[in-house]
Design a binder for this molecule. Sequence first.
Ligand SMILES: [Zn+2]
Length: 320
Amino acid sequence: MKRKTFLKTTAVALGGSLLPAWSSAEDEKKKPIRFAHITDIHVKPGIVPETGMAKALQHVQQLHPQVDFIINGGDSIMDALEVDKQKTQIQWDLFHTILKKENNLPIYHCIGNHDVWGWFIKENLAPDSYRDGQGGKPKDDRLYGKTWVVETLEMRNRFYSFTKGKWHFIILDSTQMNPVGGYIAFIDPEQLQWLQEDLLATPKDQFVCIVSHIPILSICAALFFDRTEANGDLKIQRNLMHTDFLALKKIFFHYPNIKLCLSGHIHLQDELDYLGIKYYCNGAVSGNWWKGAFQEFAPAYAVVELSQDGSFKRTMVSYE
Ligand SMILES: [Zn+2]
């Protein structure tokens, strides 16, 4: 099928089924909130990633005015964790160029692990690979860690919240450094304190949608590898799902207005219903890091519809 025809068909299909037209002022109040949750774009120089990111954004624009805004779930660029300043800058420049050209919708960003700069630049490679012009170490640079991504994406903070109509959105920062190597998914003490205060301050008649890069709860986190344990046990690695799920679950239990949690990171898709909250892991725009489908899942993004009565619906959309 030609791309134009496909886009038209998809837009009509969405428009016909879950995106009805609204007209009167009274209807306007009842109008659901609709947004695209795009995650794991992993853009890098190259024809496939560059046209892929552009195609995904063009596809989302076709859904406007039914889709009001975008939430970017993180891992916007291929990787900043292990590469020097110059290579990181090239990736962010590319991300901004494509976003500016292909997107007209408001966009809210969430930090992914690969958006964090310099944590894993190898010390022995640093003098050559880290070209800041001063021969310093990445961790002495002002942009080290999450500062760069927060600044370049003009985020208010590495975690933040906002409200639209009856819905309150909480954007979390999942990725914390493991001092002995790698990273672990959890909410650090400062962020946890803020989260509890934010939930407490949210009016009880508002519904809550939480977004994290790494899933808070997910079954596909256990299915990322074909096999983990030799004896057949399934293991969920601490960098694939929040290690503080049991603590978060206890907090969430006090807030029946928390309705859904969205994530990416795994590049697979799942849907879990646990203690009255839906947890959706929403695949990846880049699929198998721009090499086609990852396992059974083609490159995709989610359209999420939130109604003013607290009900909601997620639809996965293949954009290719
Ligand atoms: Zn990730």
